[in-house]
Design a binder for this molecule. Structure first.
Ligand SMILES: NC(=O)C1=CN([C@@H]2O[C@H](COP(=O)(O)OP(=O)(O)OC[C@H]3O[C@@H](n4cnc5c(N)ncnc54)[C@H](OP(=O)(O)O)[C@@H]3O)[C@@H](O)[C@H]2O)C=CC1
Ligand SMILES: Nc1nc(=O)c2c([nH]1)NC[C@@H]1CN(c3ccc(C(=O)N[C@@H](CCC(=O)O)C(=O)O)cc3)C=[N+]21
Length: 289
């Protein structure tokens, strides 16, 4: 058996087409151009690539995009002041604070994320949006797990009744992923670094979502034959090659379907960010009236 390749660009194109139509509608009926602001603090090579990709995708779809670069030496107060300006700007409907923050600002992360107005929180990281997701009132949902759900839905992979196992429990990927799968009636198991007998649990998964941050971590013996494997990991090897958390070549003979890295979940993350930006713009123009 050879796994079906779940290609991110195919699904991302479908989402982007819908987003583009919504952008046109907003312009036509309300005279509004959706606007996204990305704040990037300090120099992080990986973040730069993502920010550049986001900017390019916005241009493609007619979304206004602003990249605000701040030095690593910026203070919490300066960042809060910048967020306040964007919260009050009528040209900006979505605000994203690029993570990770430099070490000196790490302990202020929650406070900074809370400062972003929940209506402009296109990352879905504000406690109000996290809470909404937890009670099944999905609104602005974190882009990466939302993208994983889109892959499953657009590939016609049944979620209800399936055993979904997630490796990773971060606020950005693992936890929101669990809520999204649960509300779609999967039986959900969340694993992490303290999980005992990890491979015995992952081997029971019909749908395996991997978000750890360790290159080639998941091997053949951890995957049930025919399982759908979604690889969220992005790891840069010493030779600059980009690889996922899943050993693709090892499991391709056993999995039923698998997302590649690059060219998988990452492309959906960007597409969902654009989608959230348009949702935020629609919400804000309805509130204005
Ligand atoms: N494709 C995309 O668009 C995106 C990709 N990513 C990538 O996804 C990966 C995960 O990101 P993120 O969630 O932010 O990472 P975090 O580092 O915040 O979380 C990693 C999680 O993996 C768990 N973990 C680590 N080692 C093991 C292990 N040996 N066995 C089981 N669990 C383990 C950790 O457990 P514990 O909680 O116990 O420490 C933690 O819950 C990274 O590679 C990141 O680059 C992230 C965002 C978007
Ligand atoms: N506030 C915040 N929100 C995020 O959503 C966020 C963040 N911070 N910090 C970093 C992670 C990571 N992330 C990615 C976005 C795009 C690709 C992407 O475009 N990937 C392509 C190309 C990758 C490449 O060539 O380097 C691919 O996988 O094919 C990957 C990863 C968003 N993140």
């Amino acid at each position: 058996m050879t796994a079906t390749l779940l290609e991110g660009k195919v699904f991302a194109a479908e989402i982007k087409k819908n987003v583009q139509e919504e952008v046109k509608k907003l312009k036509r009926s309300q005279g509004i151009t959706p606007g996204l602001a990305v704040i990037i603090v300090g120099e992080n090579a990986a973040s730069k690539v993502y920010v550049a990709n986001k900017h390019k995708a916005c241009e493609e779809l007619g979304i206004y995009s602003e990249v605000i670069r701040m030095p690593a030496s910026v203070t919490k107060q300066e960042l809060l002041a910048q967020i306040d300006i964007l919260n009050n700007s009528t040209a900006i409907h979505g605000i994203l604070l690029q993570l990770p923050l430099p070490d000196d600002l790490k302990h202020d992360e929650t406070e900074l994320l809370k400062a972003i107005h929940p209506d402009k929180d296109v990352d879905g990281f504000h406690p109000v949006n996290v809470g909404k997701l937890a009670i099944g009132e999905e609104h602005l949902v974190p882009c990466t797990p939302a993208g994983c759900i889109k892959i499953l839905e657009l590939a016609n992979i049944e979620i209800a009744g399936k055993h979904a196992v997630i490796i990773g429990r971060s606020n950005i990927v693992g936890k929101p992923m669990a809520n999204l799968l649960l509300s779609r009636h999967a039986t959900v198991t969340i694993c992490h670094s303290r999980t005992a007998n990890l491979s015995s649990i992952t081997s029971q998964a019909d749908i395996l979502i991997v978000a750890i941050g360790k290159a080639h971590f998941v091997t053949k013996d951890m995957v049930k034959p025919g399982a759908v494997v979604i690889d969220v990991g992005i790891n840069r090897l010493a030779d600059k090659k980009l690889v996922g958390d899943v050993n693709f070549d090892d499991i391709k003979e056993v999995a039923g379907a698998i997302t590649p890295v690059p060219g998988g979940v990452g492309l959906l993350t960007i597409a969902m960010l654009l989608s959230n930006t348009v949702t935020a713009a629609q919400l804000q123009c309805n509130k204005d009236r």
